[in-house]
Write a protein that binds this ligand. Structure first.
Ligand code: SF4
Ligand code: SF4
Ligand code: FES
Length: 550
């Protein structure tokens, strides 16, 4: 043998001669060539437990069946993943897993995406030989943390949840107690499953033993549709799926957005997301959503069309621009997508040059941070705003403190607020001047939900929420990622980029973008940091912006 180390191995798997990297497990090797081996305890993000025995395969010259999640591919191995002996073993293992499993499917939230149901149909399909009653009587529907419900009877003891708490959250709340057929999953005495990543155990539990308290009994999973998106709650930009059910009418009777689930991206969040992000979506279907543009006078507030509201806004802004002693300020939020920020910058510099652009990344959220995923900056697009030239580091962009001084000096005649709630800002930022905003002649508020600022603004422009519009956000690494539109906005509500385009038109400009993608195409042409990018190139997993690599 030469001194050079061998890095690949050759093996025959179900009759196919294949080459695999050395050290790969049989289960992963099979998956890489399109062969799915059933498994419960194996999870690519966790250590190997070898607990469920569902992944048994036959390897020629080894007398006993082997677990493929643990066994690595050896040079010259001949592996059978689907012969009669393997199928019989799988069926027998499934029979063991189901022998004491309660007949809960009709009332179990996991039904429709349950590993037991799926494998019974694909690998079990036997007639029950059980004549006795089911014997397990353990805890049912116990709340073990703020977000998670435990049903011990349904647990198949795969230990994925235990390993998650040991290896990922490192919080160690869960354990397997007792021995033999009395084994059960539980939290350690005096502990609750309240780590910041607790609901990931619901995602990885292959059965209905760990359920999401918030999602429980809301809808059947087969009514759900899904769209790829990016978590809007912090600058990590975890890749997620938005699960929604449009059969649920909005308000009182149900919510359209049913749940957020993490989506694998090895560069950003692996398989996980934090609880703050997972449950941040409630505002989308909250009762306080702004449904129509509003015009407010001292004594009245009335609903109107975007056309009238934007014409009035344009008229007010133009008259302040013409005044010699007053200025226009726009308070920008990195909650907005790149397309919206780009058009905002373009419209104000084309139509109302001299407008003061003010940037603040302040949010009402606690600046939690850790080594796992959570970032202190609770905005999804601070980096994008910076790359478009809208951060306080950019020339001519004001900080919140500059705006405060100008407002207190009576220099601001019109204030356009995007997504920020000024009185709702942390006290150290808003103290002493939030009330002064009320004395500004024209306040225009653009956002998704009512807040103290919208309650005082003369013109209110409702904007689509992240799940109701298409757009890109740039995470702290400079990775540009797409938030896909899951469902149509409420009533006639417009996405932010379209509001900016219409405002530009009302101010006398000519803008003719047909979609967020078209806006992005122009952005990529004009902003060096985004050069060469397009929605197609960004794709599902995102793409690092030019020159933004960290
Ligand atoms: S609760 Fe779920 S994830 Fe945890 S051991 Fe039981 S089946 Fe596995
Ligand atoms: S770490 Fe940030 S981006 Fe990821 S899920 Fe949590 S809040 Fe969302
Ligand atoms: S997946 Fe291999 S033993 Fe569970």
């Amino acid at each position: 043998m030469s001194g050079k180390e061998k890095t690949t191995v050759k093996a025959v798997i179900d009759g196919r001669q294949c080459e695999f990297p050395q050290g790969i497990t049989i289960l992963e090797a099979a998956k890489s060539v399109g062969i799915e081996i059933p498994h419960y305890c194996y999870h690519p993000g966790l250590s190997i437990a070898g607990a469920c025995r569902m992944c048994l395969v036959e390897i020629e010259k080894i007398p006993k069946l082997q677990i493929s999640c643990y066994m690595t591919v050896g040079d010259g191995m001949v592996i059978h993943t689907d012969n009669e002996r393997v199928r019989r073993a799988r069926k027998a293992m499934l029979e063991f897993h189901l022998v004491n499993h309660p007949l809960d499917c009709p009332v179990c939230d996991q039904a429709g995406e349950c590993g037991l149901q799926i494998y019974y149909m694909t690998h079990g399909n036997y007639l029950s030989r059980l004549k006795e009653n089911k014997v397990k009587k353990t805890k049912k529907a116990v709340q073990i943390g703020q977000h998670v419900m435990l049903d011990q009877e349904r647990c198949i003891l795969c230990s994925r949840c235990v390993r998650f708490c040991q290896e990922i959250s490192k919080s160690n709340e869960l354990g397997i107690f007792q021995r033999g057929d009395r084994e059960e999953i539980d939290v350690f005495p005096g502990t609750q499953l309240n780590n910041p990543y607790s609901a990931n155990v619901v995602d990885i539990c292959p059965v209905g033993a760990l359920l999401d308290k918030d999602f429980r009994f809301k809808t059947r999973v087969w009514y759900l549709e899904s769209a790829e998106s990016i978590c809007p709650r912090c600058s990590r930009g975890c890749n997620i799926e938005v699960h929604y059910n449009l059969a649920k009418p909005w308000k009182n009777e149900g919510r359209r957005l049913a749940r957020l689930k993490p989506r694998y991206n090895s560069e950003v969040n692996d398989w996980w997301m934090c609880d703050e992000g997972r449950y941040c979506f409630k505002f989308v279907d909250e009762e306080d959503r702004i449904e129509e543009p509003l015009i407010r006078t001292e004594s009245t507030v009335r609903k109107t069309s975007y056309k009238e509201a934007l014409e009035l806004a344009a008229e007010g802004l133009r008259s302040i621009a013409a005044a010699t002693d007053k200025e226009i300020a726009v308070l920008i939020s990195p909650r907005a997508a790149n397309e919206e920020l780009y058009l905002l910058k373009r419209v104000f510099s084309d139509q109302l040059p001299g407008t003061r652009l003010v940037f603040s990344s302040a949010t009402p959220f606690e600046p939690t941070e850790d080594e796992i995923l959570r970032k202190k900056d609770k905005n999804p697009n601070t980096k994008g705003a910076g790359l478009i030239g809208l951060s306080p580091d950019s020339a001519d962009v004001w900080q919140l403190s500059d705006l405060k001084d100008a407002i207190l000096a009576g220099e601001i005649g019109a204030l356009y607020v995007c997504y920020h709630d000024i009185p709702g800002l942390p006290e150290e930022l808003s103290a002493g001047w939030a009330g002064a905003v009320e004395r500004i002649g024209l306040v225009i508020y653009q956002g998704t939900n009512h807040c103290a600022t919208s309650e005082k603004a003369q013109i209110v422009l409702p904007a689509a929420a992240f799940a109701e519009r298409e757009g890109t956000v740039t995470n702290f690494q400079g990775r540009v990622q797409i938030q896909r539109r899951a469902f149509a906005p409420l009533c006639e509500v417009l996405p932010g980029w379209e509001i900016m385009q219409s405002l530009g038109a009302a101010l006398g400009g000519s803008y003719a973008f047909g979609s967020a993608e078209e806006v992005f195409a122009e952005l990529a042409e004009n902003e060096l940091a985004f050069a060469g990018l397009s929605y197609e190139i960004i794709g599902s997993s995102g793409c690092v912006a030019n020159g933004a690599k960290v």
